[in-house]
Design a protein around this ligand. Structure first.
Ligand SMILES: NC(=O)c1ccc[n+]([C@@H]2O[C@H](COP(=O)([O-])OP(=O)(O)OC[C@H]3O[C@@H](n4cnc5c(N)ncnc54)[C@H](O)[C@@H]3O)[C@@H](O)[C@H]2O)c1
Length: 258
């Protein structure tokens, strides 16, 4: 859907972090299809260019910004740039995240710190910058990416470990809830989406290796399939749209019933 025909987020300015691949790319494409003007942020410039290319013809032109969203100064500069280009921000999707750390009895401190930084510090820095602006405007939508891992992931726990990631994604839930309470009186909604196993270029080979095993992701998912990036993009679109006007502080599981 294009600007001329409206769309569920028509004419909204939307920043998506981690938009060069996987779920972030799908979110950016879906928001653009529904009429938003996208600001695509990532450390991967080539991937950003590809997302920009994939954004449907007829959508509003997307802006790409190469930045590391775990760095305070980079995030400040990025928000200043977006505000000078667009004048305001309607939607922020904190999608950057991930990382592996091994079983808890052997995990490295550097991996723990990296995962906290990638998942939590990035969401904090971008939310802080967006919230200061949205609070003044008394409008805005922030959507964070948590994970089914916030309650522990059977296949990851059994085969490779990654308690740091589970801890970071549980923290995203708490951060979302608290930021929503702080911002509610200013008309700014903060929600999260918690994906189950989602097939992307990065995750597909790993899922294929373990899907037939006892604790494999398909067996552990009641809907008996791995999710798609579009499943997550649709949920983010809903929370970013006016259809979710009375929803804040919630973490929406999009995890096939898990
Ligand atoms: N794929 C899944 O199964 C799954 C499940 C649950 C939750 N999630 C969450 O969904 C989100 C997206 O997952 P994905 O699988 O698409 O990830 P991905 O690794 O495929 O993509 C992440 C993107 O973020 C970018 N990035 C990494 N570090 C960055 C930084 N410091 N600054 C800016 N950009 C950076 C990468 O270049 C990449 O384009 C993450 O928060 C992830 O934890 C994914």
């Amino acid at each position: 859907m294009t600007e001329s025909s409206g769309g569920r987020v028509a004419n909204k300015i939307a920043i998506v972090t981690g938009a060069a691949a996987g779920i972030g790319r799908a979110i950016a494409r879906r928001l653009a299809e529904e009429g938003a003007s996208l600001v695509l942020v990532d450390i991967d410039a080539a991937g950003l260019a590809e997302t920009k290319r994939l954004i449907a013809a007829g959508s509003q032109p997307a802006m790409t910004l190469t930045a590391d969203v775990t760095e305070e100064e980079a995030v400040k500069a990025l928000f200043a740039l977006v505000l000078s280009a667009h004048g305001h921000i309607d939607i922020l999707v904190n999608n950057v995240g991930g990382g592996t750390s091994g079983h808890v009895w052997e995990a490295k401190v550097e991996d723990w710190d990296f995962i906290m930084r990638l998942n939590l510090r990035s969401a904090f820095l971008c939310t802080r910058a967006a919230a200061a602006h949205m609070r003044e405007r008394r409008a805005g939508r922030i959507v964070n990416l948590s994970s089914g891992a916030r309650e522990g992931t059977p296949w990851t726990a059994y085969y490779i470990g990654n308690a740091a990631y589970a801890a970071a994604k549980a923290a995203i839930h708490g951060f979302t809830r608290h930021a929503a309470l702080e911002l509610a009186e200013y008309g700014v909604a903060v929600n999260a989406v918690a994906p189950g196993p989602i097939e992307t270029e990065r995750t597909a080979p790993g899922f294929r290796q373990i899907e037939h095993l006892e604790y494999g992701p398909i067996r552990a998912t009641p809907l008996r399939r791995i999710g798609t990036p579009e499943d997550i993009a649709n949920a983010v679109l809903y929370l970013a749209s006016d259809e979710a006007n009375y929803i804040t502080g919630t973490t929406l599981a999009v995890a096939g019933g898990r």
